[in-house]
Design a protein around this ligand. Structure first.
Ligand code: 5CA
Ligand code: ZN
Length: 433
């Protein structure tokens, strides 16, 4: 039993098949990226062991939509930049395979919540493979992490940073008064925090809490809900923020370079998981960079499972959309921008892909060393994909119209250029031409 538990902890969930990433000539560039806490673009300074990144993954109660895809592509670009610069990367992503929304959906559809979670996670893996996303080294479920999470909650309790509700539910809350820096990640004022907490899974109105913003660490067992042994906590299941804090601390270390996710997680999720981690380790900031991808919307609203306005990656693939065109469409605007998915954007992605493919199919093209340097430069600057895409557009245009091909030699261009562009676009943008 104990051996089984340890094995599960070390192995984690299955990830997905890694795409082949070509090695490029010359030197990559160090990545600078926007940190939500400092509200500025700052260089990432990985330690001697390499860069560490934790990305908040899916709650698997519905299929992967374009918003998830855009966020995963964003962090995939960071991984690709580090690899190009010769930086080792430790990347961990979670799966929230137990939480209220998953249970609610399973009850609604009369389905087993475990089967629902496994099915949607399998579909997510398939979508990630199709999009050529480099997998994390560890893909970790909340359920398999419960013993570690319970131990972290117990540590917060005995440290006086958490308290048990007096109403007999067995629920345990984190005391935000134990986190003097609380609010530094999001930079929000109290009223905004209260509103967002109510909107995004918190329970500011619940009576008996010390502070309305105190987040749940452990939910005591309830009739009809799954529960696990929590040692001194009693039976129950973990809260959401402590799930991510625990997995990141146990897998990556006491502080990390990037804590990533969509900007819907800025508050309360990343604020609270940073507060938990910092109280547990005594070290701050937990992440040197809190990185947030913009929301992908559909028909004027944030795409979300609860609103039901979703464009699924799997559905678009089934409709014949090339995943590489989808990648290009989602990278056409900057990752931090909230943006809309439209038919126009899709068409643009498909046209761009066709044009780039035609350009690299030629036996020779304009010399591409400057293009490679330009791509590295643009992406190193807060993952400027619009800038990077424009540079490849320019090269493709010149290749297809014959401009700049002669370079005075009359040879019809550089025969090595199309291959170099193909490798650069593959390695840095994740687009296989
Ligand atoms: N399991 C939690 C994170 S620990 C969660 O938020 N799951 S999720 O399925 O709702 O979202 C998975 C990832 O996609 C998160 O990083 C989230 O911030 C991001 N995301 C969700 N909706 C969108 C959207 N419309 N646009 C961009 N990213 C999104
Ligand atoms: Zn998370």
């Amino acid at each position: 039993m104990a051996a089984g538990l340890i094995l599960a902890t070390l192995v984690g969930m299955e990830t997905w098949m890694a795409p082949r990433v070509p090695t490029l000539p010359g030197a990559g560039r160090p990545l600078a990226i926007y940190d939500s806490a400092r509200r500025s673009v700052q260089p990432v300074r990985p330690g001697p062991a390499g860069a560490t990144m934790y990305v908040c993954g899916i709650t698997p109660y519905d299929a992967t939509h374009l918003g998830h895809a855009a966020t995963m592509i964003t962090f995939d670009l960071a991984v690709r930049m580090w690899r190009d610069a010769g930086v080792a990367v430790s990347y961990v992503q979670n799966v929230t395979d137990i939480d209220d929304p998953l249970l609610e959906r399973a009850v609604r559809d009369g389905e087993d919540w475990i089967v629902l979670g496994m099915r949607e996670t399998a579909l997510f893996r398939e979508d990630m493979e199709a999009l050529r996303i480099v997998p994390p080294q560890a893909y970790v479920g909340a359920v398999e992490s419960i013993p570690l999470i319970a131990a972290r909650v117990a540590a917060l309790l005995s440290d006086g940073a958490a308290y048990r509700m007096a109403d007999g539910t067995g629920d345990v809350y984190f005391d935000v008064a134990a986190a003097p820096r609380f609010g530094y990640v999001s930079g929000l004022a109290g009223a905004e925090m209260l509103a967002l907490s109510a909107e995004r899974g918190g329970d500011p109105q619940r009576p008996g809490k010390r502070d309305p913003l105190d987040p749940l660490l452990w939910r005591g067992a309830r009739e009809g809900e799954p529960a696990w042994e929590g040692g001194p906590l009693g039976p129950g299941r973990p809260g959401w923020h402590i799930e991510c804090a625990t997995i990141a601390l146990d897998r990556l270390g006491e502080t990390i370079d990037i804590q990533g996710g969509g900007n819907d997680l800025l508050f309360p999720h990343h604020e609270c998981s940073a507060a938990h981690a910092e109280r547990l380790t005594g070290l701050a900031p937990f992440a040197s960079h809190y990185v947030h991808a913009g929301m992908i919307g559909l028909a004027g609203e944030k795409m979300s499972k609860s609103k039901g306005n979703l464009a699924f990656v799997s559905r678009l693939r089934a409709d014949g959309l090339d995943p590489m065109a989808l990648r290009l469409a989602l990278m056409a605007e900057h990752y931090r921008a909230d943006r809309e998915w439209t038919d126009e954007l899709r068409k643009q992605g498909e046209q761009r892909l066709a044009r780039w493919r035609a350009a690299v199919a030629a036996p020779a093209g304009p010399p591409a060393a400057d293009l490679l340097a330009g791509l590295r430069d643009r992406l190193a600057d807060d993952l400027d994909t619009p800038g990077a895409l424009a540079l490849v557009d320019g090269w493709a245009e010149a290749a297809l119209t014959g401009a700049g091909v002669g370079s005075g030699s009359g040879s019809g261009g550089d025969p090595a250029a199309p291959g170099l562009v193909r490798s650069a676009v593959d390695a840095l943008l994740g687009v296989r031409l």
